[in-house]
Design a protein around this ligand. Structure first.
Ligand code: GAP
Length: 440
């Protein structure tokens, strides 16, 4: 992890928020490569959900919602973690994760071992509170959403009617969520501000378990198609003690990080809990009338929920490799799937003479209409390759003396380091094909 965090900073992937002021704990800024990676992941997920199938619609709901939403959802009452305070150093810890925590004053010791011990655990609500409007009284309290899902539930009929969708169908959303985590950490794995990609699939009660299994399988296949190693992925079904207050069944897709197996995506059968609670708290009918069967019911919901930041970290961890190319020659490489790689190709003139820079710049300009391209004419070609390996760039295109004769270029592939010659006229199509995502 240390090597990856340092590469992420050095190559402009991810920085700590407000770094020049000492940093803002558990908040992160994405630099030039990081924002491309995260945008590519979000684009791919959005295409998978809303473009490549006709039974899922998109939505972008507001972050600030009516405070009653969070009473209805159960978050005001239940979205808590057990918190314990140290009587001596005033350190605060999650009571259920004490074995992983260290005393902030004496890091060689466990929580509470620095003096007087720990207080009784109490419930700590993870929602960030703020005020809406110019008066900061209790009536103006609202919350930064801790999940995007509720924006979908309250808009269920607003989306269904104009989109003329029939059950079963889904609504997808990508957006920021906020949680005042007691123990954030492991780089961007657990942050206080993060993005979720959530899809809620509305189904007829009684068909929910079948859809739950279909989505569980579809989602792990998607992660595999993205290049995540199959032997680092597994399901973790929730036992009765682990189930969230709204869920009948739940399974996590876990990835093996350097700090252990951890959840990257959750799939839940949320039953009709959310819609019924919003009906109760708002007084509005959110039931659905099935024209064909002439029956009215409150749909059950199958949810798939994955963090965009957590997936970006997963992709980086999965792709990071240090290799010995030949004795004494090492390289660091990010073997990202080309479809999510921040830069798709780098273009180099082999030398800065004989018209090569002009040809290379023309190729780069043409390719830029379709891809994110990096032009580099400094240093030895081997060094330029290594810089691109570290950035995760899948292809390097070199203009050399043969280009002047036959209008072809060398295309070097990042993982195999093999080089082939490709005609300039077919280069964009070649890259397009090589960067394609094979939908499972
Ligand atoms: N709507 C359901 C829900 O929010 P969750 O398991 O709490 O369920 C879903 O979160 C996903 O959101 C997680 O699998 C993870 O990828 C991401 N996530 C949750 N909390 C996070 C945090 N503090 N930092 C980064 N990502 C987080």
């Amino acid at each position: 992890m240390d090597a990856l965090v340092s590469l992420a900073k050095r190559r402009g992937y991810i920085f700590q928020s407000s770094e020049i002021y000492g940093g803002m704990n558990a908040c992160w800024d994405y630099g030039p490569l990081g924002v491309e990676l995260k945008n590519n992941l979000k684009r791919l997920w959005w295409q998978t959900m809303t473009q490549w199938r006709d039974d899922i619609e998109g939505l972008d709901a507001a972050i600030l919602m009516h405070p009653k939403v969070w009473e209805a959802s159960g978050h005001v009452e239940n979205f808590t973690d057990p918190l314990v305070d140290c009587k001596t150093c005033k350190g605060r810890f999650r009571a259920d994760q004490l074995d992983q925590a260290r005393c902030p004053q004496k890091p060689s010791k466990s929580p509470g071992q620095c003096g007087g011990g720990l207080m009784e655990p109490r419930k700590f609500n993870l929602m960030f509170k703020t005020h809406i409007g110019p008066v900061e009284d209790a009536g103006a309290v609202c919350y930064l959403r801790p999940e995007t899902a509720q924006g979908i539930y309250v808009n269920f009929l607003n989306v269904q009617a104009p989109a003329r969708q029939k059950i079963p169908f889904g609504i997808a959303q990508i957006g920021k969520a906020f949680r005042n985590e007691i123990s954030p950490g492991n780089f961007i794995f657990r942050s206080r501000e993060f993005e979720q990609m959530e899809m809620q699939f509305f189904v007829k009660p009684g068909t929910d378990m079948e859809w739950f299994e279909r989505w569980r399988d579809a989602r792990i296949d998607w992660h595999k198609a993205l290049g995540l190693s199959a032997d680092r992925l597994r399901f973790h079904p929730h036992g009765p003690q682990e189930l969230a207050h709204y869920a009948k069944a739940a399974v996590d897709i876990e990835f093996k990080f350097p700090f252990g197996w951890q959840e990257i995506e959750g799939i839940h059968d949320r039953t009709d809990f959310d819609l019924k609670r919003h009906m109760e708290y708002s007084g509005k009918d959110l039931s659905y009338f099935d024209d064909a069967a002439k029956e009215r019911f409150v749909p059950y919901i199958i949810e798939t929920s994955v963090g965009a930041d957590r997936l970006a970290l997963t992709a980086l961890v999965n792709s990071y490799a240090e290799e010995e190319v030949k004795p004494g020659d090492k390289r660091t490489v990010l073997r990202l799937h080309p479809t999510i790689a921040p830069i798709k190709a780098a273009v180099f003139p082999l030398v800065n003479r004989d018209g090569m820079p002009e040809i290379a710049q023309k190729i780069a300009a043409d390719l830029r209409k379709r891809f994110k391209i990096f032009y580099d004419d400094t240093g030895a070609v081997g060094r330029r390759y290594r810089r691109m390996d570290e950035a995760g760039t899948p292809f390097c295109v070199t203009v050399d003396s043969d280009t002047l004769k036959d209008q072809t270029v060398t295309v070097r592939e990042r993982d195999s380091m093999q080089q082939i010659r490709v005609p300039i006229a077919g280069l964009a199509d070649h890259l397009e094909k090589a960067c394609a995502f094979e939908a499972p």
